[in-house]
Design a protein around this ligand. Structure first.
Ligand code: YNC
Ligand code: MG
Length: 388
C-alpha cells in the first residue's frame, strides 16, 4: 500500500493501538561517519540544486514553481500562492541550513522542477525537547508527477538533516500517511462574504440572501479590548514568557526562545501580524494573538484572481477571554482587507470557532513526526504546533 513509507522509521498502521511500543525515537542516531556522503541518485535528466533563498532570482524561481504546482483544494479551484517575502521568512529562521533548501533542476535547461525544504526547530513532546527539522514545500512539477520522485526527495532531505546530527522531523500533509499524530480540521470565517460566494469558496446558506449574509458577518470597525495594540520589538521578552508558559500545557509544541519569537512572531509586513493586550493599569502583556498571510490563486474566475487569507497562528489568553481576543483579531484582519480568516481546531481554538461564525472546511490536515513514536494519537486540542 505504502511502498515507500513502509520502509521509513514512522509509526506504521499495523502498530496502531499497540501499547507495548515505547514512546520516543523509533531508531537510534547512527554515527555521522555512517551517513551517506553523496546525494541520492536522480533520474538522469535531473540534478540536485541547493537553493539560495537570499538570492532574489532563486526566490523568484521557487515562488513560480510553487505558484503553479503547489497544493490545491480537492476541487482544484484554489492553489496556495505563498509570497516571496513569506518564503524568505519561512525558510530563514534562526540557525537555518541552506543545504536543507533543496531543488531539482533539469540538467539541460536548469529549469527548477521540484523542491523540498527543512528548517530547524526545537519541538517539545511531553517533557522532552527534541531537535527536529520541520519539512515543508514538497512540490513536484505537475508534468513529473507519479514517477516516484517524491520518495527520492524525502530521502535526500533526510540525509541532509542527518548530516547536521538531527534525527527527527515534523510535517503536515493533506494526505493520509503512516501514521498521523493527530488529524485537524480547518475552519473558515468569512470577512468578505460577497467575494467568497462569487468565487465559490462559500455558498449562500439556505433561506439566506446576500444582504442578510453580509450583515451576519459584519464586524465592528476597530478592536474592542482596551490596550490591544500591534506587537513591537520591545515586547519580545514578555511575549516569549507568555507564549512559553501557555504552550507548556500541550502535548506537542515548539520550544520558542526570544530569538524564535523575534523571527516567527514580530510583525513582518504582508507575512505575519501579531497583536497583544497591554494592561492599561499595570502595563503587563496579558494576551497575544497572531496570524500569517497566505493568499491562494483563484483558478479560472472571470472577476477575481487572488483570495486573501489570514491563518490563525499562536494565540494566548490570560486576562482577555479568548473569544474577545479572536474577535479583535478578526476585526484587524478585516481592516487589512483579508477575505477570509482560517483556523485549525488545535490548542483552544474550538472554544471560539462556532461562536465567532467560523464554518468547518472540507479536507483535513494531518500532523506527522518522523522517527518519533507517540503511543496514542492526540486530540487536535492537545497539539500546540502550527506549521506554515
Ligand atoms: C506528502 N505530501 O504516499 P508511498 S505537504 C509525504 N508527504 O509513497 P511520487 C507523500 N509523502 O505511499 P507525486 C506526500 N504526497 O507509496 C505523496 N507522498 O509509500 C508519497 N503535489 O511519490 C506517497 N505538496 O513522486 C507515495 O508522487 C510517494 O509525483 C509517491 O509527488 C508527490 O510539504 C507530491 O501537495 C506531493 O507536488 C510532491 O503530488 C506532488 O504525486 C505535489 O510518485 C502538490 O510519495 C503539492 C503538495 C505536499 C505538501 C509537505 C510536507 C512533506 C513531508 C514529506 C515527508 C518528510 C519526512 C521527514 C524528512 C526529514 C526526516 C529527518 C530526520
Ligand atoms: Mg514523481
Amino acid at each position: 500500500k505504502h511502498k515507500f513509507w513502509e520502509t521509513q522509521p514512522v509509526g506504521q498502521f499495523k502498530d496502531v493501538g499497540d501499547t507495548s511500543l515505547p514512546e520516543g525515537p523509533i531508531e537510534p542516531p547512527t554515527p555521522l561517519s555512517e551517513v551517506k556522503q553523496e546525494p541520492y541518485n536522480l533520474p538522469s535528466p535531473y540534478e540536485w540544486a541547493t537553493c539560495d533563498m537570499e538570492s532574489e532570482d532563486t526566490c523568484t524561481e521557487v515562488y513560480n514553481l510553487l505558484k503553479n504546482n503547489y497544493v490545491e483544494d480537492d476541487e482544484n479551484m484554489f492553489r496556495f500562492n505563498y509570497s516571496k517575502e513569506f518564503l524568505s521568512w519561512a525558510l530563514r529562521p534562526p540557525g537555518y541550513y541552506k543545504s536543507w533548501h533543496i531543488g531539482v533542476r533539469v540538467k539541460a535547461s536548469k529549469k527548477l522542477v521540484a523542491f523540498i525544504t527543512g528548517v530547524p526547530a526545537r519541538i517539545r513532546v511531553r517533557d522532552e525537547v527534541v531537535k527536529m527539522a520541520e519539512i515543508n514545500f514538497l512540490c513536484v512539477h505537475k508534468k513529473l508527477r507519479s514517477k516516484r520522485l517524491a520518495p527520492v526527495m524525502i530521502k535526500e532531505v533526510t540525509r541532509r538533516v542527518h548530516l547536521e546530527n538531527i534525527w527527527q522531523a515534523a510535517y503536515t500533509a493533506g494526505v493520509v500517511l503512516p501514521t498521523p499524530v493527530t488529524t485537524c480540521q480547518y475552519w473558515h470565517r468569512s470577512l468578505n462574504p460577497k467575494k467568497l460566494i462569487d468565487v465559490e469558496f462559500s455558498r449562500l446558506g439556505p433561506r439566506m440572501t446576500m444582504s442578510r449574509t453580509i450583515k451576519l458577518y459584519k464586524l465592528p470597525d476597530s478592536p474592542a479590548t482596551p490596550g490591544f495594540r500591534k506587537m513591537e520589538h520591545r515586547d519580545v521578552p514578555a511575549v516569549t514568557r507568555l507564549l512559553r508558559n501557555y504552550l507548556s500545557q500541550f502535548v506537542v509544541s515548539p520550544d520558542f526562545d526570544e530569538n524564535d519569537v523575534e523571527h516567527w512572531l514580530l510583525p513582518t509586513e504582508g507575512v505575519v501580524d501579531s497583536y497583544l493586550v497591554e494592561s492599561p493599569e499595570t502595563h503587563d502583556v496579558t494576551d497575544f494573538c497572531s496570524f500569517y498571510t497566505l493568499p491562494s490563486s483563484i483558478l479560472g474566475n472571470q472577476n477575481y484572481s487572488i483570495l486573501k487569507a489570514a491563518y490563525s497562528y499562536y494565540n494566548v489568553s490570560t486576562k482577555t477571554p479568548l473569544l474577545q481576543l479572536m474577535n479583535d483579531a478578526l476585526i484587524v484582519a478585516k481592516q487589512k482587507d483579508f477575505d477570509v480568516f482560517n483556523a485549525l481546531d488545535v490548542m483552544h481554538n474550538e472554544s471560539f470557532l462556532k461562536e465567532l461564525k467560523f464554518g468547518p472546511g472540507d479536507g483535513q490536515l494531518h500532523y506527522y513526526l518522523y522517527n518519533y513514536r507517540i503511543r496514542n494519537a492526540l486530540r487536535p486540542s492537545e497539539l500546540g504546533l502550527v506549521l506554515l
